[in-house]
Write a protein that binds this ligand. Structure first.
Ligand code: GLN
Length: 390
């Protein structure tokens, strides 16, 4: 038979999902895939039930229901400090992935260059490759994955169209400071580039840091698409609800594309999540404290065992280096082997480090651990890790 489309040739099962599949077979605690198993807040669940019961179940406008876009307009202005002028700057999407796909469809022609920082979220990279974009990778400097701005400046060519950033970062845990973002903006302006910024972990920042949105910097909004979503903030990864904020001329195109690809995000679920904006602001303080506690528990456990890393500044992942363990224990020769050793000996899953780097050797001694777990589950995983390796 004739071959399938070339754009799928290099697609394989992602390492993030692979660990979930592996653990479904072996049993054990999944600190791999970034799924939070804490409950979705009750007002959101009730809102969705009510919408279903009252048959608010037909398509919405492709950019989302008005009430949700109005709430997001306020949130974008107040929390992110982005100079949004109306709901025309807002679009509700199927997951932040829906926002990302429509953003890159809107911005990039096949062959256009987009700059990405390493370690990266593999879904970003794979989607860009499927779309025919040319990826220019800027390696970060471990252990805290500082950005090499000289390398960034040197990487820009006349084919470069956009820069993708992810703050707080998955898997790096890096939070871009205002100074970092100002330097980035100078480069964007000098070369007339767009930015796509994935800020889905925006409420998970530690040690008194604040999340700064690139689009809040003077002059940045007109060239920036900000992506975020509800999955991580409200423990509802399976609802698939995200959003984009940006200049009307880009959001309009993204909306037209979303209409073609999936018409709109699930309407009753949009009604449900709209309730989130009436919740008390203490929700975010509690969330931040809950993650700070979990970060401490996991980081201390991993350090105790002999992993090396700097503590994440934000997000809910630890990208930990196990090269030292390789000399103490068998089964730590590379990331894939280390992952299997952890599953076999401690019944704990993590993600193989090479998923986050272009050259597998750069990720060879890394595993990514997710600490978005019920505290009792995370405690158990940490006890199992210590019992197996400390
Ligand atoms: N963003 C989450 C992660 O990095 C989960 C998404 C996914 O399953 N790909 O693990």
């Amino acid at each position: 038979m004739k071959p399938l489309a070339r754009r799928t040739d290099n697609l394989v099962q992602s390492n993030i999902r692979a660990v979930t599949i592996l653990l479904n077979q072996t049993g054990g605690i999944n600190l791999g895939q970034g799924i939070c198993d804490m409950p979705t807040p009750d007002p959101i669940k009730r809102g969705a039930h009510e919408a279903i019961d009252s048959d608010r179940s037909v398509y919405s406008y492709y950019g989302g229901i008005d009430r949700l876009r109005e709430s997001l307009l306020r949130k974008g202005r107040e929390y992110n400090d982005i100079p949004l002028s109306s709901t025309n700057n807002i679009m509700v999407t199927v997951g932040s992935t829906g926002a990302f796909v429509t953003a890159i469809f809107s911005l990039l022609n096949p062959g256009d260059e987009i700059i990405i920082f390493e370690p990266f979220y593999g879904y970003h990279v794979n989607l860009l490759q499927v779309m025919g974009a040319k990826l220019i990778i800027i390696p970060g400097t471990p252990p805290d994955w500082q950005v090499d701005f000289d390398a960034l400046r040197a990487a820009v060519t006349d084919k470069t169209k956009a820069i993708l950033l992810n703050t707080p970062g998955n898997p790096s845990g890096k939070v871009w400071s205002r100074a970092d973002l100002e330097t980035l903006l100078e480069i964007l302006q000098k070369h007339d580039l767009y930015a796509i910024t994935d800020e889905i972990y925006e409420y998970m920042v530690y040690d008194g840091r604040t999340h700064v949105s690139l689009a809040s910097l003077p002059g940045a909004f007109e060239r920036t698409i900000t992506l975020s979503g509800f999955s991580k903030t409200y423990n509802m990864t399976g609802w698939r609800l995200g959003y984009a904020m940006g200049p009307t001329r880009i959001i309009e195109k993204m909306g037209l594309l979303a209409d073609l690809i999936y018409i709109c995000a699930p309407t009753p679920l949009q009604h449900g999540v709209a309730e989130a904006f009436d919740m008390d602001a203490s929700y975010f303080e509690e969330l931040s404290q809950a993650y700070a506690d979990r970060r401490e528990l996991l980081c201390k456990t991993l350090e105790n065992i002999g992993f090396e890393f700097s503590w994440p500044e934000g997000s809910y992942y630890v990208l930990a280096n196990f090269e030292k363990l390789a000399s103490r224990y068998p089964g730590f020769n590379d990331d894939d082997e280390a992952l299997r050793t952890l599953v076999t000996r401690a019944k704990v899953g993590a993600v193989a480090g090479s998923s986050f780097f272009t050259r597998p050797k750069d990720g060879r001694y890394y595993l990514r651990f997710c600490f978005a777990k019920e505290i009792s589950v995370l405690e158990q995983a940490c006890m199992d890790l210590r019992a197996a390796f400390a």
